[in-house]
Design a protein around this ligand. Sequence first.
Ligand code: NAD
Length: 267
Amino acid sequence: MTKVMNLLSGLCGLIVGVANSRSLACAIAQAAHHAGAEIALSYQNDRFSKHVHKIGKELNAAFVSACDVNNDEEIAALGEQVEKQWGRLDFLVHAVAFAKREELSGDFLATSRDGFRLALDTSVYSLVGLTRCLTPMLKLGVGAPSVLTLSYLGGERAVPNYNVMGVAKAALEAAVRYLACDLGPYGIRVNALSPGPVRTLSAAGVSGLRDLMGFIEHAAPLRRNIDAQDVGDAAVFALSSLSRGVTAEVIHVDGGYSKTGVPPFTI
Ligand code: NAD
């Protein structure tokens, strides 16, 4: 029987979207490292360089490099680095999203054309661009090669203040299904995790996060908010061959909140 500790043993994975030690990408990198994977980390720009290099050192990362996912040349350079380092890729984690702060409060109706374009380009097209660039490497991947992205309930239901990011997550989940259909014939899986709210740099940009988390603590079937480690461990399952039959799927890591209809009457 496979030991849990070695679930990703011998696999090489690129994790895109680490900003700091609170990032979900960081928790996924830690969990993947502990499960035996060799990882590489990518971050947006110089602003995050120090934090991410420190994390990379702790996790013995094969490389740590900057890549602005809105820039095709930088995506191509990242792809070349993967090819040079490993000559193949067993998993890609996409943990990237952005919307202007002013789009994440008040009415969705007020969303600007610019804000809409930026949110969807950064949070959705980046998955397509990165996956396309890395497909030749993933085709050579071992185990049950896969791409994993991070969505949120706001893509399925209207969540106060999530606004344009909810529309981006709906598009992201559709992109997961289309990419899964394109890449399935090559044995490459594409899935999303949909975690409940966790306090991170990005989450802090969404107005009312504290109230939302306070509500979920009482309303979720598990009666708690999830944490980044819950996401990291679920990612190990999604990236490992234990989930080899799972693709085009959105796996909720939210204490069951998304499956409830009416919150407990005692709240
Ligand atoms: P985070 O701020 O730590 O991570 C977001 C990352 O996106 C950052 O590293 C940021 O630098 C990166 N990014 C933004 N624009 C970029 C660009 N142009 N090029 C490269 N990188 C860019 O926050 P997080 O909460 O860990 O977010 C990771 C993912 O998880 C996001 O997709 C987010 O929507 C999703 N998610 C988060 C929560 C939550 O509550 N924290 C819940 C569900 C889903």
